[in-house]
Design a protein around this ligand. Structure first.
Ligand code: NDP
Length: 491
């Protein structure tokens, strides 16, 4: 059984190591605001140490590339290690979920689902390592041309606090499967589960340096990782502004970047939709993880003839939602931090000042500790498409409802933000389903569902300010490799 130690170190070369500065940061429990552990405050020198460890694992000390203990491992053996790791995660699922719930505030049931998804990512990528191959290309007479898919080398992963295990799984799972050695910078607000998961990697038998974790602040360890010349690819999930900074830092040494930057994702509800089926999904899409989800369905666009009816149905469900400590496993836990709570309250204050209609809100349970970062879920109606609440990512449990008159207006409103991550369509009209799936500006479109259960197999990523590049599924494996063309002239 995993325990929560009071002091968490960095994880480099399969060992817990203190940051070179010796500095630590408090780990705060969002359910009551108390500090319950300390984590290492890694800096640039620690990142450098981790990158060197990863480079040794990948390249070894010789001059031949990819000759290190990790770099020369056969694809099938990489898969076996990932599979063993997945099994260990599965065996420790409950303990990981409890740590995650305490660290991030999320309800236990949702933390359990995250741990399960993490194991599933590794299971999926374990089976893919020996199926990732190049092609032969028909070319001129006398030539044979083939392509090789090669790992980048050392990859950097900057992980946010909302789904640490899942985002780590989709990014690090694919990178390791493709043969890269990894350096990970978790979010300051959520790093404990990943340190435990790294320890399980060592137990599974990954060679030292294949996976390294440097905890610390974004502006210190994160910035150092993004700009480190020894990093060959960066994968970042977080806000558009930080994403821009990461891409700029990586550009200094022409390092490729995958950016997943959140969204303002709409669900379009037409009058002919199966409303009973849609309702729980519409609510869950904004309530899950207290709305701190990049793909949260934070806008609901409703066709005018059913607008009031859908609003009433939604209001009924919102009023029944309960918020409390993660260990109580209610509909919502606290938000991750006081900063995030303040951000959500600022959005709501502005909506209030602008006299938007607060159609319903849930309840924070009475026994929730006073120092916790609780926020009742709120349904705001009649939100004009240009309003800040319909344009910007709140990253909290706030659903903005807006009516529309016809399909063309629905598409214009749906596409009318700088984001383009996910969209949902609710209609029984088959032609409309396909038409809108093509017209909506998003990386994923769901018809008569939202998220399809999260499937690790489904490529994920956005357009516009939602970022670029794709994670999950086989697409991620392509992103974590570079393609080499080899042309042989043999006559
Ligand atoms: P950030 O984008 O700042 O943080 C995401 C990750 O980047 C964290 O690991 C963070 O570390 C790290 N980071 C921060 N600054 C830098 C930097 N200069 N260089 C490299 N890495 C850095 O998000 P915030 O946590 O500040 O949240 C603000 C808003 O961003 C949220 O309200 C939400 O709207 C959005 N967001 C979106 C996410 C998504 O999944 N799309 C996830 C998280 C946030 P650290 O936390 O230690 O500072």
């Amino acid at each position: 059984m995993l325990q929560v130690p009071e002091r968490y170190a960095l994880f480099i070369d399969n060992e817990p190591v203190a940051p070179l500065s010796g500095d630590t940061l408090p780990v705060v429990d969002p359910s009551d605001g108390s500090t319950f552990a300390q984590m290492g405050r890694g800096g640039g020198a620690d990142v450098d140490r981790a990158v060197r460890a990863a480079r040794r694992a990948f390249d070894g000390s010789g001059t031949e590339p990819a000759a290190g203990p990790w770099g020369r491992l056969d694809a099938v053996d990489r898969g076996r290690l990932l599979r063993r790791w997945a099994d260990l995660i599965d065996a420790n699922r409950e303990a990981l979920a409890r740590i995650e719930s305490r660290d991030t505030g999320k309800p236990l049931g949702q933390a359990r689902a995250d741990a399960q998804a993490l194991a599933r990512y590794f299971e999926f990528y374990a089976g893919a390592t020996d199926k990732l191959h190049g092609q032969t290309i028909p070319y001129r007479h006398g030539y044979t041309v083939l392509t090789l898919r090669e790992p980048h080398g050392v990859t950097g992963h900057i992980v946010p606090w909302n789904y640490p295990m899942q985002i780590f799984g989709r990014s690090v799972g694919a990178a390791l499967a493709a043969g890269n050695a990894c350096v990970v910078k978790p979010a300051e607000d959520a790093c404990l589960s990943l340190l435990e998961v790294a320890r399980l990697a060592a137990e599974a038998g990954f060679p030292p340096g294949a996976l390294n974790i440097v905890t610390g602040l974004g502006g210190e360890a994160g910035q150092a990782l993004a700009g480190h010349p020894g990093i060959d690819h960066i994968s970042f999930t977080g806000s558009p502004d930080t994403g821009r900074r990461v891409a700029q830092a990586a550009a200094t040494h022409h390092c490729p970047v995958t950016l997943e930057l959140g969204g303002k994702s709409p669900q379009l509800v037409f009058a002919d939709a199966d409303l009973e089926a849609a309702l729980p999904v519409l609510v869950n899409a904004i309530v899950q993880n207290a709305g701190q989800t990049c793909s949260a369905g934070s806008r609901v666009l409703i066709e005018a003839p059913v607008y009031r009816r859908v609003l009433e149905m939604l209001a009924g469900r919102f009023a029944a939602l309960r918020v409390g400590p993660g260990r109580d496993d209610l509909d919502l836990g606290p938000l991750v931090s006081q900063r995030q709570q303040q951000r959500v309250q600022d959005f709501l204050s502005q909506a209030h000042a602008d006299r938007l209609e607060f159609a319903a809100q849930g309840t924070v349970v009475e026994h929730a500790p006073a120092g916790g970062f609780y926020q009742a879920p709120v349904l705001v109606a009649g939100v004009p498409p240009a309003h800040r609440l319909a344009q910007e990512e709140v990253f909290g449990p706030v659903l903005a409802a807006t009516p529309f008159d016809d399909e063309a207006q629905a598409v214009a409103i749906a596409n009318g933000t700088r984001y383009g991550l996910v969209a949902g369509i609710w209609t029984r009209d088959g032609a409309r389903q396909l038409r809108l799936a093509r017209q909506l500006r998003a990386g994923q479109v769901f018809v008569n569902n939202y998220g399809a259960g999260g499937g690790v197999e489904l490529p994920f990523g956005g357009v516009g300010s939602s970022g670029y590049g794709r994670e999950k599924g086989f697409e991620a494996l392509y992103a974590f490799t570079s393609l080499k063309t080899v042309a042989l002239r043999h006559g």
